[in-house]
Design a protein around this ligand. Structure first.
Ligand SMILES: [Zn+2]
Ligand SMILES: [Zn+2]
Length: 153
């Protein structure tokens, strides 16, 4: 029997369930994650679609194309704005969860790696992870982003 965990948005209207251990999982310092969270980095946990269910809440969708030419689809609570889950074309149909939205203990897993350290906040120390990437393995930008979306520095 796999462990079932719950989580949800700030206002409490959007709630979800996930089962099992996230794969992949890691920290992302990319500009998209900084902007969509308003923070220095995102702590990502991916689940298979069959291991995720939305219990309640009204979600709003926002989609965009990243510099790699891949689609991002973000679903956030229409009331409070917390991202409840997202899907990245690069990860197929996996459901991405920002780990701060899990009920405590929110950060229940080990970090396998961190990516896009070329835009890591200068005040952060070493992240406890086995792998560290300046960009992403196989990363190949296809679009020249606006300056505000460029990484580095
Ligand atoms: Zn909410
Ligand atoms: Zn990112």
């Amino acid at each position: 029997m796999e462990v079932v965990r719950e989580g949800g948005c700030l206002c409490g209207e959007a709630r979800y369930l996930v089962s099992g251990y996230p794969e992949p999982r890691g920290v992302c310092h990319c500009r998209y994650c900084q902007l969509r969270t308003g923070s220095a980095f995102a702590v990502l946990a991916y689940f298979k679609p069959e291991n995720f269910s939305l219990k309640s809440g009204q979600l709003t969708h926002y989609g965009f194309t990243s510099e790699s030419g891949k689609q991002w689809d973000i679903n956030f609570c229409s009331k409070c704005g917390t991202t409840v889950y997202y899907q990245l074309e690069a990860w197929g149909d996996l459901i991405g969860i920002d780990s701060g939205t899990f009920d405590p203990p929110a950060f229940f897993f080990d970090i396998a790696g961190e990516v896009f350290t070329d835009s890591k906040a200068h005040f952060l120390g070493d992240i406890k992870a086995d792998r560290h990437f300046e960009k992403f393995p196989g990363y190949e930008p296809k679009i020249d982003e606006e300056d505000r979306l460029k990484r580095g520095g």
